[in-house]
Design a protein around this ligand. Structure first.
Ligand code: ZN
Ligand code: ZN
Length: 359
């Protein structure tokens, strides 16, 4: 993001939280605000002083990636001393800190080693809020990440076969994402088969894929730090009647949510569209999680589409739409796309087929 845009965002943040300076240590917030992808170090942000503190492993990368002043921390110039110098230069009497992510020990250390009279202001979710509405550039990075997922999905369909373990299948899927350009993975790939698919966040196991199994793949990769997220469920061989019914219900629920999705609605209202459909079909008890979440540099961002989601959706926000039905002892289905809200609706960033695939 351009330096001047970010400077404006930082000034607004300082005003909102009424602090003279901010100390940022969350790796995703660091990356968002400074452009530095290394994740190790800290930012000191004041009105006219934007400082990125990191160690010798990262200083060269930091200087390339960020337009902030890079200061190297080391034994003779430790971080707390740098903070003291920065506070003095900025004439800061109050400091915003990341109470939601900072470790207690780290906070105690800052309070004991930095000037006693400093007024500490918890930032809450204020920095996260600045990340909610994505710029056109960020949206293109997210779209590219999702497109890599689409490409990997088409490849994995040629590879999956009975006899392969879930672990092997997960490795193949991750390999395909890497081959298509993924920088990393948004989260641990979920590859579940048969009865294991009734666990929404199943961990890939030694279980072999069998003829007639549901296979649920929930996977995501990163492109320039931005995450993708997608789920597809297929059947190995021919689906039976119950599998077909569950699959079509989940698909109809996703379509119901997508048909109402637009700015101005709350997450709760969109969630309800999918949830009502699943309940009316008699599977209400088997859809325990929320309908979706936002995505950015981090895989689970706010606002969420859920029964408790009161935030109003706005254009430029990313959401996943991922209804599911999970029947213990039988199996489950989830279908997940990642979309961006536009002025009058949404654009689906995923293009993988959603009809029931019988491999
Ligand atoms: Zn997912
Ligand atoms: Zn998701």
């Amino acid at each position: 993001m351009e330096y001047t845009i970010m400077q404006t965002k930082i000034s607004q943040l300082l005003q909102t939280v009424e602090a003279d300076a901010l100390i940022i240590t969350d790796p995703f917030n660091m990356r968002y605000l400074s452009g530095f992808s290394g994740g190790e170090g800290a930012l000191f942000l004041a009105k006219d002083r934007l400082v990125l503190i990191t160690d010798s492993r990262y200083t060269e990368a930091a200087e390339r990636e960020s337009s902030f002043t890079v200061i190297e921390e080391n034994r003779s110039h430790p971080r707390m001393q740098i903070f003291r110098e920065c506070l003095k230069e900025a004439g800061a009497a109050s400091i915003g800190y990341e109470d939601l992510s900072l470790r207690c020990a780290e906070f105690d250390r800052m309070r004991s080693e930095l000037p006693e009279e400093l007024n500490w202001i918890p930032l809450g979710d204020q920095v996260d809020r600045t990340r909610r509405i994505k710029t056109p550039e960020e949206i293109e990075l997210l779209a590219k990440a999702e497109a890599i997922g689409d490409q990997a999905f088409l490849e994995i369909l040629k590879i999956l076969q009975p006899g392969m373990t879930e672990l092997e299948a997960a490795a193949e899927l991750e390999y395909q994402m890497r081959k298509a350009g993924a920088g990393g993975f948004s989260f641990d790939t979920i590859m579940a088969s048969g009865k294991n698919t009734s666990m929404p966040h199943a961990v890939p196991s030694e279980k072999k894929l069998e003829q007639g199994d549901f296979v649920t793949m929930d996977f995501g990769c990163t492109w320039q730090g931005y995450c993708s997220d997608m789920t597809r469920t297929i059947v190995l061989g021919e689906a039976d009647e119950k599998q077909r019914e569950i699959y079509q219900t989940v698909l109809a629920a996703q379509e119901a949510a997508l048909s109402v999705l637009r700015p101005g609605l709350t997450g709760q209202e969109v969630d309800k569209a999918a949830r009502d459909l699943i309940s009316d079909a008699g599977y209400g008890a088997y859809f325990g999680h929320g309908l979706g979440h936002s995505v950015g540099l981090f895989i689970h961002e706010e606002p969420r589409l859920s029964p408790t989601g009161l935030d109003v959706l706005e254009a430029g926000m990313i959401e996943t739409v991922e209804p599911g039905i999970y029947v213990p002892g039988f199996g489950g289905v989830r279908i997940e796309d990642m979309v961006v809200l536009t002025e009058d609706g949404y654009r689906n960033l995923a293009s993988s087929p959603k009809c029931l695939i019988e491999l």
